[in-house]
Design a binder for this molecule. Structure first.
Ligand code: EPU
Length: 301
């Protein structure tokens, strides 16, 4: 979707930079995604005006964070991609609290907290993506989730059209799911973390990194786990037991390292990946009677 020059000028006054015709494959860890205009928000304080302008002009949008858990459609997209400017995100530690902008890298945040002797998030070290994305889906790994550490979230709330601060207790954090509305935009978070000596935190971080390196295809293009684990077990184990490692549709392939990671093994399209997800879901359903639910967020036209 192309934003008119007139609208781009109005957006510029609100601190938004418009980049025309950006291939979103360059913005996602799967390296899949069609083309659209990208709107980079440089001023959090003008976000409500930006959203109201887009609504008045009837411009559909999607908010893109780190692009590490999303599968984007092919071709010319019918919506624009919004995201927060990522240069120098704010990070501040004060006592047992860390105040972090949503555009910050999650791993960088874990390291920053460690340097201030704040632990509890070691498990999240290798989870790729932004703090905003981690909040939205309650990212987790190795027994840690971000949700329990959240004390406040500053966000643009779609329901009120305003920037609001929610207390942690007002937000539901479930397994890879939260009570945020799809059009809410995370801006910053206040985390409360237990004090821990730096060396202990680093030891925990190393252990998680090793486990991850041993079981996940870290140097391949993926969006992490494609399916949520069903209550009864592990999606990766079920897909593996069916002998589907290496199974492919076009260039979309079930990783030969971890069967719940689907990788772009060349020039995969969104259609390839959707085809692979569908076939694997069907095979698992036939064999186990389990309907796997996507963990990856799919944005087609
Ligand atoms: N397994 C297999 N074959 C495979 C993959 C796994 O047999 O190809 C077995 C493992 O041997 C193990 C069990 O399945 O016994 C569980 O595997 P693993 O420990 O790798 O954990 P997982 O349940 O597959 C979850 C999260 C990961 C997270 C890890 C570590 C989900 C959907 N996945 O994976 O998160 O990194 O635990 O905590 O909850 C993600 O969210 O994108 C993600 C990768």
């Amino acid at each position: 979707m192309r934003v008119s020059d007139q609208l781009a000028a109005k957006l510029k006054d609100l601190g938004v930079e418009v980049q025309h015709g950006v291939p979103l494959a360059t913005r996602t860890s799967l390296e899949i995604g069609g083309t659209t205009d990208e709107l980079i928000l440089r001023r959090y304080d003008r976000i409500a005006e930006v959203m109201s302008l887009l609504a008045n002009e009837r411009i559909p949008w999607r908010f893109l964070g780190g692009g590490t858990n999303v599968l984007i459609g092919d071709g010319e997209l019918s919506w624009v991609a919004l995201h927060l400017a990522t240069a120098k995100p704010g990070m501040r530690a004060e006592g047992n609290f860390a105040y972090v902008d949503a555009s910050a890298d999650l791993g960088g945040t874990v390291t920053f907290c460690a340097k201030h002797d704040l632990g509890g998030m070691e498990g999240l070290i290798g989870v790729p993506g932004s703090v905003g994305g981690a909040l939205r889906m309650n990212a987790g790994a190795y027994g840690t989730q971000i949700g329990p550490h959240v004390r406040e979230v500053e966000m643009y709330r779609a329901a009120s059209g305003k920037v609001e601060t929610l207390r942690g207790s007002e937000i539901r954090f479930d397994y890879r799911h939260t009570s945020f509305a799809p059009n809410d935009v995370m801006l910053s978070v206040k985390l409360e973390l237990p004090s821990k000596p730096y060396r202990e935190i680093v030891a925990g971080i190393r252990m998680c990194n090793e486990k991850r390196r041993a079981s996940q295809p870290l140097n391949q293009k993926s969006a992490g786990c494609i399916f949520k684990n069903p209550p009864s077990g592990s999606a990766g184990r079920m897909i593996d037991e069916l002998g589907l490692k290496g199974f492919r549709v076009g260039d979309a392939m079930v990783s030969d390292r971890h069967a719940n990671f689907f990788v772009n093994a060349g020039h995969a399209t969104c259609a390839d990946m959707i085809g692979l997800i569908g076939s694997v879901r069907e095979r698992v359903h036939e064999a186990y009677g389990v309907e796997l639910e996507n963990e990856v967020i799919v944005w087609q036209n």
